[in-house]
Design a protein. Structure first.
Lengths: 285, 277
């Protein structure tokens, strides 16, 4: 009976639509890959860059793509770029670690006491609009030229967004999950590590990502300002130095390295963590 | 008489078998909202014995969920006492496992197996290996063997509730507390889960306190039903269901009992509702 109805309404099933599954054309399948689409965009940009630089013919102001690659490769082989990058990353890791520890302390304080909560809200509201780099002059006054000053501004850049995110994450853990944890007999530290941190992990991870981006930018900016006395300058100093020597291609190479490392950390570290945690758990789509 | 008031020979026979598992005496419970101090229950008392399927039944506002939370140790009574095996309940603990109504009671970062094993490991009642073995056994009992390695977000609502039930039962708690565990399910799944819970109980024979606002669910599942009236919650009656050889309440009794409870809760003039279970 239902079959009669079907045929009367829709006619006999046509060959074309009756197939359950059919492979899409090759081009459509290739374009479904985000990586491939992005690569195409990058290639187009590089070609445009090269074309404009050749047409402008002014390597002092605007070196071509190939010249930049050349400078990049030379400085990698001589080790200069690697050493500077290493210096930057070392300071970055130090500052990031200090900031994460401080943020954990702040968020913990805010979780346990109402005064701590108010303190964190007030401090974040005060310091969030203040660019970390604006504190550099003061840091120089207090700590002098050198790593401590950079660490100071970096901690400032990471601490507030991270503490704010972690605190929001902890506050957002549902009562039901808390009760489930306490019902199982968890209290104190095991409760925090077993329930609160994993349940707040999406927010914590966002905080870590935002903090990382702030830290990296602040570090490069701070290194641009000084590095004069310290022989072990970082990437920012490398860019500044090459600008002074009018090695514009190396300036471009330095900038590319900053971008490259930013992307690598985002893709290799944070995306991997995300895939193995919050995405797998269905806490983030 | 279909329903027997408490204090009958049945009670006496129970008392002879040993004291109650759970004793609630004159418990007055209060909680704060943003503006008010609400009295959820007023001097409520009852005993729950081993292998009881004890139902707390009442309309919304009768404090039945608050009562269950108090038994679980999340709420302290302002008056009266709650004791488990003669020990006063003063904090949450794994001897009273709770199954909630909400689907998000499972830990999303753990697989089904790890979720079921989690309280066993966290409470140190069982070693890791034994916990996993027991978890697999109870996951099998709720027919989720194929899903042991999936994460909660991949399960349907009914499956999540089954995992929560397995998690609570695997602990072999002194008492199993269920707070309207089927209320968020669709009607068909709810019927199925009720049958499954009964057959599970016949295998495990655990002591259950079950909160519901559905009269039908109460009669279907419980052997004893505590009827509470609202604002604040007080005991209206303690009823017993009589079951046939098949373990079910005969339909005659079922209808009469339902009518009796409806009268108790809503007074004389009730229009027979087409109540779904």
């Amino acid at each position: 009976m239902s079959r009669e109805f079907n045929e009367a309404t829709f006619g006999p099933p046509s060959e074309e639509w009756a197939v359950v599954e059919r492979p899409l054309p090759l081009l459509q399948r290739l374009f479904a890959h985000a990586a491939l689409r992005r690569l195409l965009i990058l290639l187009a940009l590089a070609a445009a860059w090269q074309g404009y630089a050749v047409w402008a013919d002014n390597p002092l102001m605007f070196p071509s793509f190939t010249e930049t690659i050349d400078a990049f490769w030379t400085d990698i082989r001589s080790g200069v770029l690697l050493i500077k990058t290493g210096n930057s990353l070392r300071v970055l890791c130090m500052g990031y670690a200090i900031a994460v520890a401080a943020a954990a302390l702040m968020a913990g304080l805010a979780m346990t006491t109402r005064l701590g909560d108010d303190l964190l809200s007030t401090l974040t509201a005060m310091f969030n609009p203040l660019p970390a780099i604006a504190l550099l002059p003061l840091a120089l006054l207090w700590f002098g030229l050198g790593t401590p000053s950079i660490l100071f501004v970096m901690v400032h850049a990471v601490l507030w967004p991270l503490a704010l995110n972690a605190h929001a994450g902890f506050s957002g853990v549902s009562d039901i999950l808390r009760m489930a944890g306490r019902n199982a007999g968890l209290r104190g530290l095991p409760f925090i590590t077993g329930i609160l941190i994993p349940a707040a992990f999406p927010a914590i991870l966002t905080g870590l990502k935002v903090g990382w981006a702030f830290a990296w930018r602040t570090l490069i900016a701070a290194e641009l300002v000084f590095g004069v006395s310290s022989r072990s300058g970082g990437l920012g100093w490398y860019i500044f130095e090459n600008k002074n020597r009018l090695e514009t291609a190396s300036v471009f190479a330095g900038l590319s390295t900053v971008i490259l490392i930013g992307l690598l950390v985002e893709v290799l570290i944070f995306r991997t963590i995300e895939r193995h945690t919050v995405r797998k758990w269905g806490m983030l789509r | 008489m279909l329903a027997q008031p408490a204090g009958t020979p049945v009670e006496a026979a129970r008392a002879a078998r040993g004291g109650p598992v759970l004793r609630v005496e004159g418990a007055t419970l209060q909680y704060k909202t943003h503006r008010h101090l609400v009295t959820a229950t007023y001097r409520v008392g009852f005993d729950v014995f081993a292998a009881d399927r004890f139902i707390l039944l009442g309309p919304s506002g009768c404090g039945k969920s608050t009562l269950l939370k108090a038994i679980a140790g999340f709420v302290k009574p302002v008056e009266g006492s709650i004791s488990l095996h003669d020990r006063v309940v003063d904090r949450p603990g794994p001897d009273r496992m709770m199954v909630f109504q909400e689907f998000d009671q499972l830990l999303p970062w753990k697989t089904v197996r790890a979720n079921v094993a989690f309280p066993m490991v966290a409470s140190r009642k069982y070693g890791r290996r034994e916990a996993l073995e027991r978890a697999d056994h109870y996951i099998g009992l709720v027919n989720l063997g194929k899903f042991a390695d999936t994460y909660p977000h991949q399960l349907s609502g009914g499956m999540k509730q089954r995992v929560a039930i397995a998690r609570a039962m695997a602990m072999e708690p002194d008492i199993l507390l269920m707070d309207e565990p089927f209320a968020s399910l669709d009607a068909l799944t709810r019927r199925k889960m009720q049958d499954e819970l009964l057959s599970l109980w016949h295998q495990v024979r655990c002591t259950i306190v079950f909160v519901t606002h559905s009269i039908e669910e109460a009669i279907l599942l419980g052997n004893r039903i505590l009827v509470l009236s609202p604002h604040p919650g007080r005991v209206r009656a303690l009823l017993e269901t009589r079951r046939g050889a098949d373990g079910l309440v005969p339909s005659e009794d079922f209808r009469a009992l339902r009518e009796e409870i409806q009268q108790m809760l809503f007074g004389e003039n009730i229009v027979q509702e087409g109540a779904g279970i």
